[in-house]
Design a binder for this molecule. Sequence first.
Ligand SMILES: [Zn+2]
Length: 176
Amino acid sequence: MSLGWSRRAPVDTLVGTETAIEFSIPFAELPRVSHELASKDGEARGKVRFSRQQGQSVADLEVSAQPEVVCQRCMQPMRWPLQMKSRVALVSDYDAADRVPDGMEVFLVEADSVSVRDLVDEEVMLALPNVPRHAEDSECARRKVQLPGEADEPEAAPEAQVQKPFAQLGELLKRK
Ligand SMILES: [Zn+2]
């Protein structure tokens, strides 16, 4: 059966025919994800295969993407590479969700139908960082955050070192 990523189809049909789809979905077509991104340029690529596993309707989903998010330290856009591989159980209600075996993710299906777009939107959404930041060894992390008006103050470190001998002297005096 031929099916595009945007079309909703009955879960029973997808699972029954073990439908497999390769996709390349522009971020702009992922409603929740596109809302979170700094730029809608780019796409989520991957493949999905529907089947029945351990009595569950599942989608084996692989997605790779490089969405552009905003670093919450320097507020500059940055690429956030994602590589995901997951087995998603397609359930129609919360009771069914409770019975999903460990190791499977859960996707709540509306009206027994699903589109690949819905699945990918959800998966990428879950993989996006809550507070994206450049890596700790990056230029962004090394740069000190300086508030306006605080510029060019002398370093505090030497002063702290000067006080140290006196503190030690105090300790010595106490022991006598
Ligand atoms: Zn940054």
